[in-house]
Design a protein. Structure first.
Length: 174
């Protein structure tokens, strides 16, 4: 939009390291630096999966995403505990053969968010490793459909992009 880049691919630096990006077939893809550490856990008496995608996540299957207690249960489960020493984002997932639905409670926000890239990656890893799904994986979040792919030993995220805020920075300190 603002002519930041015209290149079909490259890298940028974020808090967690150097990420790749690429543009192909009219889509923008960003690399997720996932560690993909995975273990089965029991949370609140339910089977779930812990996946560290660079950010700790719990993937918790639910029967009906619309009635899942995202804020109440998400808040309680996201806290630092013996099981999750850094806390964890909680991803509630309603399984579907074609387009699973996800709602995420993020620990730093302390609320449900419209979408979460590292959470989408955790859910995609869960679906491929636990449910035998094939890459790429499409997931339906309240903020839109996110696609996660795995190629060249890297996780790639694509989804809707829209401007939600503009601002100006005055000064020379960041």
């Amino acid at each position: 939009r603002n002519g930041v880049t015209q290149k079909p691919g490259g890298t940028f630096i974020a808090d967690d390291g150097v990420h790749g990006y690429k543009m192909s077939a009219g889509k923008f893809w960003i690399e997720i630096l996932a560690l993909a550490t995975r273990r089965d856990v029991v949370v609140d008496g339910q089977s779930a999966t812990f996946i560290d995608t660079g950010v700790p996540h719990v993937v918790l299957p639910v029967g009906d995403i619309a009635t899942a207690p995202v804020n109440e249960l998400g808040y309680r489960l996201s806290r630092v505990s013996e099981q999750f020493p850094q806390g964890a984002n909680i991803n509630f997932i309603e399984l579907d053969d074609h387009l699973s639905k996800v709602r995420t409670f993020e620990r730093g926000v302390d609320a449900e968010t419209l979408a979460c890239g590292t959470g989408a990656t955790a859910c995609a890893i869960y679906l491929t490793e636990s449910k035998g799904r094939s890459w790429p994986i499409d997931l339906n979040f309240p903020g839109g459909i996110l696609t996660i792919d795995y190629s060249e030993h890297r996780y790639w995220l694509s989804g809707p992009v829209e401007l939600v805020f503009e601002g100006r920075f005055h000064g020379n300190r960041l």
